[in-house]
Ligand binder design. Structure first.
Ligand code: HEM
Length: 456
């Protein structure tokens, strides 16, 4: 009997010389990647950078294995290389011992007692934001949620806050850079070296973001503040190898990493959750009823969060249907076995959480927003390892997962009790993938509910 070698990993049709699959990706990156799941097997090769192989991993078990078992032996790959153009070296781009060291420096700020301490600040920031919304007027919900997320992070983790002008500058520059990073992942590397206005804008915005962050770090550094927050931890941390304090540049990179990793993501999830709650008055009613029962007319506190299981299911379902991750990458450094195939060193491996969480084989009626699917977790696909990965897995699993869940629950509990939304007509709200997946646009009008969360 002869043992047959497994067939080669299939290549997705339509790759062009010099461009790879850039045309399909630029046209509709989410649609293209989602279509691969039904057309090819658990592994499929696409071309992002001609001359290199990118294997999209589509099977939950293989994704889990890529992140956990293989994780320690892999580089972070293309997406993080492009992010590094903005962030420099930081916890999110580092690998191996360097990663362990950087992660250890940040970890204390994300411990449970710290998170418990943050909740009052998160709530106060949310209340302040809600107070600025003019009743009946159009609110750009995505922009409002970006500002709120950035403020919650700045106030809790860095004891700072951003004045309106700095916020706007930072938001505009960050948005140019994040869109640029999204494009640079999809396009061949030569495209970023052409002196196009697009590339010049990217460089200018990246430099401006760095300058804003470095200035904010310097100001906080000069203030001599030691409030036990993240910035103080970083200011007093020493490099384990050299014993020297971290440089302003190193601190700036970590601060910027948290600002990027912790605001676009949270802001998108908050926006989608408000959208879904507004679209389905039954869900809105159930959220309000639970809040009334548990809180009466008290504001939400850390201890209340575990007593809000319905709201938790709303958050979880939002993380499923509207995940912000569209292409998380790793890169092999030696020939690596994945499933029954071996890929050579230098192969990019990537997976798409957005597509994974919408796979009908894992989640029945995947496009329906159904918080109660999580009542029966066997139905929800949660027991298939690797099927639901809101915060990733393995040693690069999100450091801010508990922080994010706490802020999502706190902000939603506060907003929904105080505000009723209406979706403005004539807009097509759909997911778009840049560096992360977010709503294309989300305009709603806001109407105050009155203190006790009345339904009017
Ligand atoms: C809903 C919100 C969020 C989602 C969906 C999310 C998702 C993720 C995912 C999937 C990863 C793993 C990436 C990989 O496999 O390489 C990750 C990593 C990371 N996240 Fe989050 N995240 C969120 C919020 C936050 C917040 C609030 C912070 C910080 C304040 C944060 C900081 C980070 C950092 C620093 C990493 C890199 C960890 C490492 O490589 O060791 N994230 N996040």
């Amino acid at each position: 009997m002869t043992l047959l070698a497994p067939p080669p990993i299939p290549r997705a049709a339509g790759s062009l010389p010099f461009l790879g699959h850039a045309v399909q990706l630029v046209r509709d990156n989410l649609g293209f990647v989602a279509s691969l799941r039904s057309r090819y097997g658990p592994l499929v090769e696409i071309t992002l950078q001609p001359g290199t192989r990118t294997v999209i991993v589509q099977d939950p078990d293989l994704i889990r294995s890529m992140l956990t078992d293989l994780g320690p032996s892999l580089d972070k790959g293309r997406f993080f290389e492009k992010m590094g153009q903005l962030l420099g070296e930081s916890v999110v781009t580092a690998v191996g011992q360097e990663h362990v060291r950087r992660r250890r420096q940040l970890q204390p700020a994300f411990a449970r007692p710290e998170i418990a301490r943050y909740v009052d600040t998160m709530r106060t920031e949310t209340e302040t934001a809600v107070d600025t919304w003019t009743p009946g007027r159009r609110l750009d919900v995505r922009e409002a949620m970006v500002k709120l997320s950035l403020d919650m992070l700045a106030k809790t983790v860095f004891s700072g806050s951003l004045d309106e002008a700095t916020f706007r500058r930072l938001r505009d520059d960050l948005s140019v850079v994040m869109n640029g990073v999204g494009a640079r992942v999809m396009l061949p590397d030569w495209a970023e070296r052409i002196p196009l206005p697009l590339n010049r804008r990217f460089d200018a915005a990246r430099d401006a973001v760095r300058a804003t962050i470095d200035q904010a770090v310097a100001e906080l550094q000069n203030s001599g503040l030691d409030s036990g927050d993240m910035l103080s931890l970083l200011l007093h941390a020493t490099d384990e190898e050299t014993g020297l304090p971290l440089t302003g540049q190193q601190i700036g990179s970590e601060v910027l990493t948290l600002a990027v990793a912790g605001t676009e993501t949270t802001a998108s999830v908050l926006s989608w959750a408000l959208y879904e709650i507004t679209r389905d008055r039954g869900i809105e009613e159930a959220v309000l009823e639970e809040l009334d029962t548990v809180l009466a007319d008290r504001p939400v506190t850390f201890d209340d969060l575990p007593r809000l299981p319905y709201l938790e299911r709303v958050v979880r379902e939002t993380l499923r249907l509207h995940h912000t991750g569209w292409l998380v990458t790793r890169r092999t450094v030696t020939p690596t076995r994945i499933g029954d195939r071996t890929v050579p060193a230098g192969t990019e491996l990537a997976y798409c959480q957005h597509a994974l969480h919408r796979d009908p084989r894992l989640f029945p009626e995947p496009f329906a927003f159904t918080p109660d699917r999580w009542l029966d977790e066997t139905q929800a696909g949660a027991f298939t390892p690797g099927a639901f990965l809101p915060f990733g897995a393995g040693r690069h699993k999100c450091i801010g997962d508990r922080f994010a869940l706490t802020e999502l629950m706190t902000a939603l509990a506060t907003i929904v009790r105080r505000t009723r939304f209406e979706i403005r007509p004539h807009q097509r709200v759909r997911p778009v993938a840049r560096a992360t997946v977010r709503p294309s646009t989300l305009l709603m009008s806001t109407h105050p509910r009155g203190r006790g969360g009345d339904r009017g």
